[in-house]
Write a protein that binds this ligand. Structure first.
Ligand SMILES: [Zn+2]
Length: 774
């Protein structure tokens, strides 16, 4: 199936007044006799992607399938369970009728004319999603790569908050380390077919994924006594690749890597059926890749029992015993894998249960939420829902604009903007829960929410990487790359979601000040919630980027840790949303990291976070925005003073660590903020892998040619290490200058304190020497 056409066929089922009008018009004049499906299609980005000569160099995209619409396509449109199709047909009919009445005025899709058709035509407002379905509408069914098998069942989990805090697991010291035996000694009870790994790349997508009847992957039970668990993961965000039964109640599990890569296993989400109540089961995931994990410090996996949900209204909960995270001892010299093992007792016989790394939040969950907003007569007045772009697979990336209507143009122009986004990393569903909390609050009728909508324009991209979320990736898009390393990209067709986001923010910045940019993530090594920001270069605003995080820590002291925040701009993070937006001029530009585990703070100490905790952070962001913008600057100034004191303490600590006295001979110009901070590596760190996988062949060819050409005028290139060192040095120099100035203002050059800037050149020499040796 030609992907562009599939998209078009799908879109056609939404009655577009202009196309309907043209369709009838052409038919009337006899220019067009075919059925709607054969209308010529406009170019979508996939169309462009697939046929652009730039991408045909490798010869791999040469095949062009017949442009025949898929006859099954319409059947595959999913209708939201809340809306019956007769209701939808009525609405469609009403839309068409109203179109007929207004059609004499329609002259173009974009230009609006007044009643007489001539005077001062102006551009139409961008069209809202669901405009024609003001009270309901079809959800866009998720599009999958055509290799992916997808089961037809719709999964739904209830939202629930455990009445008691869920404490971290306390190791007893007697946890078993199961030896991995593999399929040679066990029985494969579940295995995905044809999984695209490294070396292949995304070609086209389809609603419902792979064509035809999907294989029954689970084993067939031999009767009621057969205790084999039946596994499944071929649903949205699921990612189990293989299950091997190695003992009656013991299973070894392999996770699917991110599509078109052979990396990034971390997120997991799968289903088991045919459970027994009075047995202890053991699961061991055998192909994790991170050396460190929150599972080593008390995090428990999540379990969901369908019977408990139905009968007791109980949802996802932390379960598991004998939890261990450990390195798999392989002596074959290949890549090291890490294992997560846990035991579990199921609450019921013959139950359907799910396991997950974190509370799932799928693309369909988001669409249901957005549909409820669009259908809410109050919320839809101040929340406009639009398509930012389509992902590689053709899924809609939504953009929400939330603001109260302004009374005057001056009032509208004076509003500052706030940009929030989530799920660039699809396996970090934490982001969606914080986003949901934010949206719940900002769309509410609370006076604070109303005030915020009065003074701000909120631009929200709730799911930056829908394809990744749908297929159950942990980190990448279907380009096989971490999008949060590509915010500087010029490859619009390969990285549409972030290209359009950056472009939207660029235009927003031309129009108004963007006070805050925050991208919501999950963190796999540290507990609590914290922010990564960017040390700013402007002396006038020294430490200002830390005020918002400090205020947030005061508003959410049980969850948010200012101590874990970091403001270092590392070279490997240059392509992240946070750094790119900061370089575009947004001073308060952040990555919000929220743990997969829980809190180590205050009343919530040693307990896991619930979805309610994460949602509350969305509210705290709003609350903190009000503090941050309070016309009475007392809170702001107080925080600034506190930050300066904190920094001073940090500097003292560093001096002590270095074993040097504070009254060294020298100058302040040799201390930098980056030296005081550790690096931010963790779940927010992965190196850019470069070009999207489908362009690698093309790039190789070009590079070969370039090399041939350049051979004669080859000059000495610096090694990567040298370049990094040079970069670090430049960074230090910049920050040193800043610190010198700011600290001298803070303490006064003439006070003769031990922090006198003119007294310490040798310190940094020592430090730099140390660093060079590392
Ligand atoms: Zn992340």
């Amino acid at each position: 199936m030609f992907p562009a056409l599939e998209t078009e066929v799908k879109q056609e089922s939404l009655p577009d007044p202009y196309e309907d009008f043209m369709y009838h018009h052409l038919q009337y004049y006899g220019y067009f006799k075919g059925h709607r499906g054969s209308l010529p299609t406009s170019a979508t980005h996939q169309h462009v992607w697939k046929n652009n000569p730039r991408y045909l160099l490798s010869g791999s995209f040469g095949e062009r399938q017949g442009m025949v619409p898929d006859p099954l396509q319409k059947e595959k449109l999913l209708w939201p369970t809340c809306i019956s199709s007769p209701v939808h047909r009525q609405i469609e009919a009403v839309s068409r009728d109203s179109l007929m009445l207004s059609s004499p005025l329609l002259k173009s899709r974009q230009l609006l004319h007044d009643e007489f058709g001539e005077v001062s035509p102006c551009l139409r407002e961008p069209r809202d999603l669901f405009t024609f379905f003001s009270s309901s509408g079809p959800l866009q069914a998720p599009r999958w790569p055509i290799e992916c098998e997808v089961i037809k069942e719709n999964l739904h989990h209830i939202e629930w908050v455990p009445p008691q805090p869920e404490y971290f697991y306390q190791p007893t010291g007697n946890e078993k380390l199961p030896e991995i035996v593999g399929e040679e000694k066990g029985t494969v009870v579940f295995q995905l077919d044809s999984v695209p790994t490294g070396g292949s790349y995304f070609t086209s997508s389809r609603v419902g994924g792979k064509r035809g009847i999907i294989k029954e992957l689970a084993v067939t039970l031999q009767g009621p006594e057969d205790k084999t668990l039946l596994f499944e993961s071929r649903f949205e965000s699921g990612n189990l690749q293989k299950a091997v039964r190695v003992d009656t109640y013991e299973y070894e599990l392999t996770l699917r890597t991110d599509l078109y890569t052979n990396k990034h296993t971390q997120w997991f989400y799968f289903r088991v059926q045919n459970t027994r109540k009075d047995a202890t089961y053991r699961f061991t995931i055998v192909n994790l890749l991170k050396p460190k994990s929150l599972y080593t410090i008390g995090m428990k996996p999540l379990m969901y029992s369908q019977l408990d949900a139905k009968t007791h209204n109980i949802g996802w909960r932390r379960e598991g015993n004998e939890i261990r995270y450990y390195k798999n001892n392989r002596d074959d010299g290949q890549q090291a894998f890490y294992c997560l093992t846990w035991t579990i007792q199921f609450p019921h016989d013959q139950d359907t249960c799910f396991f997950a790394h974190f509370y799932p939040y799928t693309y369909t969950d988001l669409q249901c939420y957005l549909l409820s907003v669009a259908n809410n007569p109050v919320q839809s007045r101040f929340c406009k829902l639009r398509t930012l772009c389509r992902s590689l697979a053709g899924n809609t990336v939504y953009l929400l604009t939330i603001t109260n209507p302004s009374r005057t143009p001056q009032e509208a122009a004076a509003k500052k903007a706030v940009v929030l986004s989530a799920r660039v990393h699809p396996g970090e569903s934490n982001g969606s829960w914080i986003m949901k909390g934010f949206l719940d609050f900002i769309l509410s009728n609370s006076p604070d929410a109303q005030l915020l909508r009065d003074i701000f324009v909120f631009k929200v991209v709730p799911m930056l990487n829908p394809d990744g979320v749908i297929v159950g990736n942990y980190r990448c898009s279907l380009a096989g790359r971490d999008l949060n390393r590509h915010y500087k990209t010029i490859l619009k067709e390969s990285f549409p979601c972030i290209w359009y986001t950056r472009n939207m923010i660029k235009r927003l910045l031309e129009e108004r000040e963007v006070l805050l940019y925050c991208d919501f993530h999950g963190h796999s090594r540290k507990n609590n919630i914290f922010l990564y920001g960017c040390n700013n270069n402007d002396r006038k605003y020294w430490l200002h980027e830390r005020v918002f995080p400090l205020m947030l820590s005061k508003n959410a002291p049980d969850k948010f840790s200012f101590h874990s925040c970091n403001f270092k701009v590392q070279k490997c993070k240059e392509g992240t949303g946070r750094v790119v937006m900061w370089r575009m001029g947004i001073l308060n530009s952040y990555t919000m990291e929220s743990t997969f585990g829980g809190s180590t703070l205050g009343n919530k100490r040693d307990t896991h976070f619930t979805t309610e905790d994460l949602k509350s952070l969305g509210y705290h962001v709003c609350d903190t925005l009000l503090d941050f913008c309070d016309p009475d600057r007392t809170k702001f100034m107080q925080c600034l003073t506190e930050l300066k004191e904190l920094l001073q303490q940090e500097i003292h600590k560093k001096f002590n660590e270095l074993g040097q006295d504070m009254d060294l001979e020298g100058s302040w110009s040799d201390i930098c903020l980056s030296d005081i901070e550790s690096s931010t590596s963790g779940s927010d760190s992965s190196l850019s892998d470069g070009l999207p996988v489908h362009l690698l062949n093309v790039a190789d060819e070009l590079n070969q040619k370039k090399k041939m050409y350049k051979k004669k005028k080859k000059k000495l290139l610096q090694t990567r290490k040298q370049r990094n060192e040079q970069y670090q040095k430049n960074n230090w120099m910049q920050e040193l200058k800043l610190t010198e100035d700011a600290l001298s203002r803070l303490h006064g050059r003439d006070k003769g304190t031990s922090l006198d800037p003119s007294k310490m050149p040798s310190l940094i020499l020592t430090k730099n020497k140390e660093r060079m040796q590392v």
